[in-house]
Design a protein around this ligand. Structure first.
Ligand code: 5GP
Ligand code: MG
Length: 462
């Protein structure tokens, strides 16, 4: 996962990009970066950490120019590393190239080998760097031709914001796994992962960048091309379930409403009586609202979230994990004591946080917990950018429902059905990638492909 943003031409390009990144922070908390362009000069600042700690007024003032590209990183494998932050910037014979990438390429290994054989020296372990090398190696003198050639070599998921010389470019792979939208502010064009970033800077939403589309934004013009053969669409359904912000419209529809519908469908599929419906905040809130509305059981907040934790407490060691769970959510004993609750969660991935939350609720005195999950069991890894790296980390890939119920400590557990999930979506089912639930990947993957994925630890996705 990652968040991307770009704007051109605007006198406050870097400041607006910083605000855009604030709005997109949920898409990546590991690092943040902005590159700006002023005439022929570029200015770049990036670092590990949240937007609020990476940028300050002085830094933003130094990022001069009317074109800016921003990036937030959420790496799916390996350790955080300053080298792997974006925007990634290189200067080739013809071009100044900066790239901000969201998604995960699936032919990374073959492309990097091919490029290395031609003399490319990689500076990072990011799949995104490959795109810059392809551009540099393209032998085309025209930006459009070079971009089309480079992108035609890619397989897998990409939503991109690029700066190539004085052109701002937005592109989305033909399947459309990751979102990307286009907006306008004071005559400038804006590209952003989600519409919540446009809202914050008061930009007007124009439309989504379409699957397979590339837009070239120059000082006075915008040009759109769709040079690739159309494929099926494969919008990531997990963007609606968990990843995007509820106040965003992605794939042209609102996320909050989609999540609420998932909860309504869940209540229809698994009706049950209890004293209250409560979410695991924050991600479970919207489905819980839908569940409560349909079941006519009161909605309550049974635990309160501390919003001031930040990354400091996100420690890898297991001893600290319980502490982290505790500091993040505090149960409301007076609301919970002796009560039978329907606990709504958006998804169960590894099961470890759910287990910790349920333990806290028991300690607070609930009498029964009926866990309801607003998507089907996650059983297959995502190769396109969501953090479900391997089957063995997905609890539902290894264990059946009863085992998971006992592991997390619920009295009952139900997951929304695949059909129910698709029915709740604002778009027809043909538009979605549901591979993490079904194992049916939108692309026929060869053995070579799985080998690429096995070697992903050496070349990380963004
Ligand atoms: P689990 O119980 O599986 O340990 O954790 C489930 C929780 O993780 C849910 O609350 C869900 O909102 C959240 N979640 C789902 N997918 C992701 C993801 O890709 N990254 C992160 N950080 N959390 C996720
Ligand atoms: Mg959650």
């Amino acid at each position: 996962m990652c968040g991307i943003f770009g704007i051109y031409p605007h006198k406050d390009a870097a400041e607006l990009t910083c605000l855009g990144l604030y709005a997109l922070q949920h898409r990546g908390e590991e690092s943040a970066g902005i590159i700006s362009r002023q005439g022929k000069k570029v200015h770049l600042h990036k670092a590990l950490g949240l937007v609020s700690s990476v940028f300050n007024e002085k830094i933003l003032r130094s990022l001069r120019g009317d074109l800016a590209v921003g990036h937030l990183r959420y790496s799916t494998t390996g350790s955080s590393n300053i080298k792997n932050t974006q925007p990634f910037y290189v200067k080739s014979k013809l071009w100044d190239i900066a790239i901000a990438h969201n998604g995960n390429l699936t032919n990374t290994l073959e492309l990097s080998k091919e490029l290395e054989n031609r003399g490319a020296l990689f500076q990072t372990t990011m799949d995104s760097e490959i795109i810059t090398h392809l551009l540099a190696h393209s032998q085309k003198k025209d930006i459009k031709e070079a971009i089309v050639w480079a992108l035609s070599k890619l397989e897998g998921a990409y939503s991109l914001v690029l700066m190539v010389n004085d052109t701002l470019i937005g592109a989305r792979d033909t399947f459309g796994w990751r979102p990307l939208c286009l907006g306008k502010l004071d005559g400038a064009y804006v590209l952003a992962s989600e519409t919540c970033a446009l809202d914050l800077i008061n930009a007007e939403y124009i439309r989504d960048i379409e699957p397979g589309e590339i837009v070239f934004i120059k000082k006075d013009t915008i040009e759109s091309i769709k040079p690739f053969k159309e494929t099926k669409r494969a919008f990531c359904i997990f963007e609606y379930i968990y990843f995007s912000r509820p106040d965003s419209n992605i794939f042209c529809h609102n996320v909050y409403l989609a999540r609420k519908k998932l909860g309504m469908q869940l209540a229809n599929e698994f009706p049950i009586q209890a004293d209250m419906v409560m979410p695991i905040p924050d991600s479970g809130v919207f489905a819980a609202l839908g569940f409560a509305e349909v079941s006519k059981i009161p909605f309550e907040f049974g635990m309160i979230r501390n919003h001031y934790i930040g990354r400091t407490f996100i420690q890898p060691s297991q001893d600290l994990r319980d502490f982290r769970v505790k500091i993040k959510l505090n149960p409301l004993r007076d609301v919970l004591k002796g009560k039978e609750v329907i606990l709504v969660e958006d998804s169960i991935v590894r099961g470890t946080t759910s287990r910790a939350r349920l333990k806290t609720l028991r300690q607070a005195g609930v009498s029964k917990i009926h866990m309801r999950v607003s998507c089907p069991p996650l059983r297959f890894p995502c190769f396109y950018g969501i953090d479900f790296p391997t089957r063995k980390e997905l609890i539902a890939a290894k264990h059946d429902l009863d085992w998971v119920r006992d592991f997390i400590g619920a009295d009952s557990l139900e997951y929304l059905s695949l059909e129910g999930m698709l029915k709740a979506m604002p778009l027809a089912k043909e538009n979605f990638c549901t591979a993490c639930f079904t194992g049916e990947y939108p692309v026929n993957h060869t053995c070579h492909f799985s080998k690429t994925l096995l070697e992903r630890s050496s070349r990380q996705s963004t």
